[in-house]
Design a protein. Structure first.
Length: 405
């Protein structure tokens, strides 16, 4: 019998679980709801209560405004003050339980804008067989697929006001929406391992996508914001427009800017999401908790979102440009963990590293430059000397071993 996913979860734990909240919101019919309860029957009471709280704060525009959130908090605070004056201490616990329940609802409300209450903040990429093989694939908003050239790097320019896309400076692809199609529908680019793609969006923003990335963008930006979607790594030079903020949405964080230069690494296979700012200012909004974190970055600062802690942290760095050296064909590392280095090489050279996790986690940190114009064997020779490891190349697999002294 399949184990219940939410067995033993408290109400607070359910509301803090983004996957649970998304599941509840996605349920459309009574049959789906009954099936969900049946699959988690031991936690039925708390699930029902959690659903009621989530439904309270689902608003049509997908956002709980700041003023209602402030007033809700103020009412709780005022009630606490008045209550303490008029009630005996023995009754305090009753209020604490009451206030706690209100604060849980308040927390749900605070997450709505960057979180789960609107489908506009979610995006599902088209299913591509693999990002590890083949050539880059451009999927137009009308679902037409275009395979790009097999060169190491492809170039795409979205032609403003022309319903067309220029590919590799030599071919123009018409991108006229089909009748009844959403005018804000997105085009997608999938970059396989071993390749890179450069784009210029309709507003003039330039994007460079690293290997193993997926990126969704509209033919033109018609709303109040310029929103795009990324899984993978991209370097952005955003055209300034204070009236229309630019938002890069990833599964883990949203990055909001007016005009700036930054690098964003958000691979689904990595347990962190990293944003590095070169110019301007950005807002980073985490998505992993009900109380969503926010961090503002200034140049030469880095924000990291951790899958383990569901939190954002900020740190100063000496030179932000070292995080964008992949654009020019080399990596510059400073005390980087070996597993992060291997992940980057895996995507660039389209290979698979096989290793014991304990061995890699205990390896020496990596500092220095790796020239990606070199062959894989040359790069591995340099890396093995720095990290004090041995390796064996077998076709597309590389086995990492402990170095024999």
């Amino acid at each position: 019998m399949k184990e219940e996913k939410y067995k033993g979860c408290s109400l607070e734990e359910l509301l803090e679980d983004q996957d649970f909240v998304n599941q509840i919101i996605s349920i459309q019919t009574n049959e789906e709801w009954e099936d969900f309860l049946q699959a988690n029957h031991s936690a039925k009471y708390n699930i029902v209560q959690a659903r009621k709280i989530i439904q309270i704060f689902r608003v049509s525009e997908g956002r709980l405004r700041d003023e209602p959130k402030f007033n809700l908090w103020k009412n709780v605070s005022d009630f606490n003050t008045n209550f303490s004056r008029k009630r005996k201490v023995a009754q305090l616990n009753v209020f604490i339980r009451y206030a706690a329940s209100i604060l849980i609802v308040f927390a749900i409300g605070s997450a709505i804008y960057w979180g789960f209450s609107t489908s506009d903040n979610k995006y599902s990429f088209s299913k591509i067989e693999s990002v590890k093989d083949n050539n880059p694939i451009l999927v137009l908003a009308n679902k037409e697929k275009v395979e790009l050239a097999s060169d190491k790097e492809s170039n795409i320019i979205v032609l403003k006001n022309q319903d067309a896309i220029l590919v590799n400076n030599d071919s123009i692809i018409q991108n006229i929406p089909q009748s009844g199609t959403d005018l804000n529908a997105f085009n997608e680019i999938t970059v396989p391992y071993g390749k890179k793609v450069t784009l210029q969006l309709s507003d003039g923003t330039k994007v460079q996508l690293n290997a193993g990335s997926q990126f969704a963008f509209p033919q033109s930006f018609n709303g109040k914001t310029r929103e795009v979607y990324l899984v993978g790594e991209g370097y952005f030079e955003v055209s300034k427009n204070e009236k229309q903020p630019f938002i890069v949405s990833t599964p883990k964080v949203d990055v909001k800017v007016l005009g700036t230069k930054f690098n964003l690494s958000a691979y689904s296979s990595d347990n962190i999401c990293e944003t590095v700012l070169l110019e301007g200012k950005v807002e980073i909004h985490g998505k992993g908790k009900v109380f969503n974190d926010r961090i503002d970055l200034t140049p030469n600062q880095k924000a990291i979102y951790s899958d383990d802690t569901k939190q954002l942290t900020k740190s100063n760095i000496s030179d932000a440009s070292m995080y964008t050296t992949w654009i020019n064909g080399w990596y510059d590392f400073s005390n980087e963990k070996l597993d992060r280095v291997l992940g980057k090489l895996e995507r660039f050279y389209n290979v698979k590293f096989i290793y014991d996790r304990a061995l890699v986690e205990n390896a020496l940190p990596i500092s220095g430059k790796l020239d990606l114009k070199d062959s894989l064997s040359e790069v591995m020779g340099v890396l093995s000397g720095v990290a004090k490891i041995d390796y064996k190349i077998s076709n597309e697999n590389i086995v990492i071993m402990m170095k024999n002294h």
